[in-house]
Design a protein around this ligand. Structure first.
Ligand SMILES: NC(=O)C1=CN([C@@H]2O[C@H](COP(=O)(O)OP(=O)(O)OC[C@H]3O[C@@H](n4cnc5c(N)ncnc54)[C@H](O)[C@@H]3O)[C@@H](O)[C@H]2O)C=CC1
Ligand SMILES: O=C(CO)COP(=O)(O)O
Length: 332
């Protein structure tokens, strides 16, 4: 049993807090929303972000106080919307205990810097790589919250750190594998959201399985090439964080990214799709960062570039799909 603190009581933070509690840990949730902290402590629920759970485990409690939240934590989990991670973590820099391991569950790239969350977390908290891990995989929060069997991969440069996190967070229904490919796991989780936007859009526009499979396969090739150029191992993209999460996210209306894309495909504007989104659709701000990273590493990103035109210029699904392929015949 460990003392674990989760920063951010959104849908995934709350569902993962329950995983940790079910694994036998004492779980402290920190959130900026007083109504969520109050509901977790008094009703044992998070009706704002995770209404599907009617009673959270008794070993979960919440606080608004940053110092109290982390003071005894052995493991600190970060599940804050990626674009706000830096500003939120700055407030924790001097509070994190010296030996604590910090684990990112976030799936996004910071728009203003094009940095992955491992980079943002370590540089903001002044954390050595040996005390950082990221966890990713096909983990739609509602299904995990209902305790349906699922798995994820946790990566750290320090194998012992990955194994420690996996040991602490493994429960009867949540299996965790270990890896040392931090860049690969980060790139998988962030980039698949852009693919999910495009697949959702094609579904919303009324296209079927062939179109979805085409986008997913070409998307996987694009994110693998970009990931490898950034220093990732190709095999990671065939694992849970890569293909696994691509299949889950691109195939489910429970995904905010898929749903955001689907609403665009049905004819909504970006503003309208943002208004009706039930939580953060990380692929939206991440798309521009993926295009920028492609330019930086000299890797073509036709899918992300086409989605950027959707987001910035409002092109429709037909034009987006045309943009995916040039006129040349290219080797697969
Ligand atoms: N929902 C899911 O199925 C999964 C989500 N993720 C990732 O986990 C991360 C969080 O996702 P969700 O919890 O589902 O999103 P959500 O939209 O339900 O919650 C976002 C969280 O970010 C917090 N936040 C936003 N701005 C903040 C600020 N300035 N300071 C402090 N906290 C702030 C909110 O309070 C909220 O707790 C995302 O990067 C997402 O891609 C990963 C796996 C599964
Ligand atoms: O990452 C996820 C599932 O693994 C959740 O996807 P969304 O953020 O699109 O809801």
């Amino acid at each position: 049993m460990a003392a674990v603190t989760v920063l951010g009581a959104g849908a995934w933070g709350t569902a993962f807090g329950q995983v940790l509690a079910d694994a036998g840990n004492q779980v402290t949730m920190w959130a900026i929303e007083p109504e969520i902290v109050d509901a977790i402590n008094t009703l044992h629920q998070n009706p704002v972000r995770l209404p599907v759970v009617k009673r959270l485990p008794d070993s979960m409690h919440a606080t608004l106080d940053r110092g109290e939240a982390v003071k005894n934590a052995e493991i600190i989990i970060v599940t804050i919307a990626a674009q706000f991670a830096r500003q939120a973590l700055e407030e924790f820099r001097d509070l994190i205990p010296d030996q604590a391991i910090v684990v990112s569950l976030m799936k996004g790239i910071e728009r203003s810097t094009d940095k992955r969350m491992d980079q943002v977390v370590m540089e903001t908290l002044h954390l050595p790589a040996s005390r950082f891990a990221c966890l990713s995989g096909p983990n739609l929060s509602k299904e995990v919250a209902l305790r349906q069997p699922a798995a994820a991969v946790v990566a750290s440069q320090d194998h012992d750190t990955a194994v420690k996190v996996a040991t602490v967070a493994t429960s009867k229904y949540f299996k965790i594998f270990s890896s040392t490919d931090v860049i690969g796991v980060e790139m998988c989780g962030s980039l698949k959201n852009v693919v999910a936007l495009a697949v959702g859009m094609s579904r919303g526009a009324g296209f079927g399985e062939n179109t979805a499979a085409m986008i997913e396969t070409r998307g996987l090739a694009e994110l693998t090439q970009l990931g490898v150029a950034a220093g990732a191992q190709a095999q990671t993209f065939a694992g849970l964080a890569g293909v696994g999460d691509l299949v889950a996210t691109c195939g489910s209306p429970l995904s905010r990214n898929y749903t955001f894309g689907s609403n665009l495909g049905k004819g909504m504007s970006v503003d309208q799709a943002t208004k009706v989104s039930n939580g953060v659709a990380e692929g939206v701000p991440t798309t521009a960062a993926v295009v920028a990273l492609g330019e930086k590493y000299g890797v073509p990103t036709p899918l992300a570039s086409a989605m950027l035109r959707v987001l910035n210029e409002g092109i429709d699904c037909g034009e987006m799909l045309e943009d995916l392929f040039g006129d040349d015949i290219i080797d697969e």
